[in-house]
Design a protein around this ligand. Structure first.
Ligand code: SAH
Length: 215
């Protein structure tokens, strides 16, 4: 599966997708993340991609033309799903990520400032996606959240000893060494049940502590 990310801040995307599990998935050719600098698609020589909003108001708006040019260059006439990060978009859930993981190519456009000229969405028939009910300064963190949640749904991305939360008993409360943690004169022990080796009882305990929502 290939993600194409259009952004004004390529280095932000690059450092995350080359680390840890996503980095390994790319090396293993299970995932590819290609990053495009939006400024490379503007027609003025200063690389300026934003302008003041019509109708007034604070902040700047990303122009539609460079965004459309970038998408067309990536698509080369092929059909590809196009996402725009937006606080007003469809909520990102595991169910959404699972569906997205079935696509071969997905283009993600990262907004900045006051957002992207609304005509880009219309012309590109793009879908807006939100990662939650709060406003961030840009679409890079949302793009990474979409990529990360989706990549986990691709077979082989999570290693042998890991597996999807949806397919196993999982607890959000986890423990590792040491068995007894000493802090400011107090001892904090690992729950006994986890040391018992009793698989069924451990699973019961995990279920009690389990995630409330796996979407
Ligand atoms: N004033 C705009 C917000 C702009 S935030 C509005 O009310 O819609 C700047 C950019 O950050 C947005 O264009 C979007 O791409 C991204 N962004 C901010 N919060 C987001 C969220 N919760 N989910 C997805 N994208 C978000």
């Amino acid at each position: 599966m290939k993600f194409h990310v259009i952004t004004l801040f390529p280095e932000v995307i690059d450092s995350y997708v080359t680390a840890s599990i996503l980095g390994r998935a790319q090396k293993d050719k299970l995932l590819a993340v290609k990053i495009y600098q939006l400024r490379d698609f503007v027609s003025n020589k200063w690389g300026k991609a934003d302008e003041r909003p019509y109708g007034g108001g604070p902040g700047m708006v990303l122009q539609a033309e460079p965004v459309i040019k970038a998408v067309e260059k990536i698509r080369k006439g092929k059909k590809m799903k196009v996402l725009i990060t937006s606080p007003n978009g469809k909520p990102l859930t595991n169910a959404y990520a699972k569906k997205l993981a079935k696509e071969k190519d997905v283009i993600i456009i990262c907004g900045r400032y006051e957002g992207i000229d609304a005509r880009a969405k219309k012309i590109l028939k793009a879908e807006e996606v939100s990662i939650g009910p709060y406003i961030l300064t840009g679409g890079e963190v949302p793009a990474l959240a979409i990529i990360d949640a989706t990549a986990r749904q691709i077979k082989g991305v999570l290693g042998k000893f890991e597996s999807l939360e949806e397919s196993r008993v999982v607890s959000h409360e986890v423990y590792t060494r040491p068995e007894v943690l000493k802090h400011k004169g107090k001892s904090y022990k690992v729950p006994k049940i986890l040391l018992s080796g009793h698989r069924a009882k451990i699973d019961q305990w995990k279920l009690r502590k389990g995630h409330k929502s796996r979407g």
